[in-house]
Design a protein. Structure first.
Length: 301
């Protein structure tokens, strides 16, 4: 039971894309099962990826994207993944070679504007929708309508102040003074504990961030511990949530494009002054195409 796939990456955040819009029922179901997803994403015995992106039919958009993490769990949304899906659709489906494209996600239908040259997508700009700021919408425990700004969380003996934002999936953002290398060390050490903290009933993505030159030409250095994946080279929703958090904490002003430097490269994020929307701009790159035997992968998990 083989299935064609594309390996695509956005700033090193890499995915296996299964286009299941025309696949028969059993094959499509198998490709989305947790044991198969885990095996596909295994970097030693499978294809190797941070997650699987299943492209499915949609009644309200050009296609629907389902995000399956490397551990087999499902994420509501993935910004880097959405850019990769938009690139895949534009380049492989002649009926969708247009801009913008509309993709249904767990965070709603999102619009993707394509910058292409000679039929090849160079960058994708995504209207990521309105950030959700109420504790009940992130979600957090206890819930309520209050915003979660500089909420203290203890992890492994160290206290962090987190500002929490949902970009369709939950994020806990903290700003620290550590250097670039220190950010990764912090994420690897404290990320798992914060991800599973009792205050986050659905677990959370964890952002460790540092702002460069906030008064003149601000940029953000960021490392993300992704829920269900661990450290990844880039996280689109995490970059969006981090700029939103920086504005909520009055570290940055909304309304201007901010460069967010991740281990895999830079994303450009703009938060609307009234927090009505967030725009993300960045690249997506094809790695290779092949086929995988799903039956063998599922049987040996």
């Amino acid at each position: 039971m083989t299935l064609a796939f594309s390996k695509v990456e956005g700033l090193g955040n890499d995915f296996v894309i299964f286009d299941l819009r025309r696949s028969e029922g059993s094959l499509a179901r198998s490709a989305q099962e947790s044991p198969v997803v885990r095996r596909v994403c295994d970097r030693h015995f499978g294809v190797g990826a941070d997650g699987v992106l299943a492209i499915l039919p949609s009644e309200q958009a050009d296609a629907r994207m389902r995000v399956l993490n490397a551990d087999g769990s499902e994420a509501e949304m993935c910004g880097n993944g959405l850019r990769c899906v938009a690139k895949f659709l534009y380049e492989t489906d002649p009926t969708l070679r247009r801009s913008p494209l509309r993709v249904e996600t767990g965070a709603g239908v999102l619009t993707c504007s394509i910058d292409s040259l000679g039929g090849e997508v160079r960058t994708v700009t995504v209207e990521m929708g309105q950030p959700r700021l109420a504790r009940r919408d992130i979600p957090m425990s206890p819930g309520g309508a209050e915003r979660a700004i500089r909420v203290p969380v203890d992890a492994l003996g160290r206290r962090f102040d987190f500002t929490c934002v949902s970009m369709g999936n939950p994020h806990a953002v903290t700003f620290v003074s550590e250097s670039d290398a220190g950010l990764r060390d912090l994420a690897e050490t404290f990320g798992p504990a914060v991800e599973h903290a009792a205050i986050f009933p659905n677990r959370t993505n964890v952002e460790l961030a540092r702002i460069r030159d906030p008064q003149r030409d601000p940029e953000i250095d960021l490392v993300v511990w992704e829920r269900g994946c661990g450290i990844t080279l880039a996280c689109g929703t995490g970059a969006c949530a981090t700029v939103v958090a920086a504005c909520l904490e009055e570290r940055l002003l909304a309304g201007r494009e901010i460069a967010v430097n991740l281990p895999g490269g830079t994303l450009y994020i703009t938060v609307a002054p009234d927090y009505s929307g967030v725009r993300m701009r960045g690249p997506a790159t094809n790695v290779f195409k092949a086929e995988v035997d799903l039956e063998r992968l599922g049987r040996t998990d």
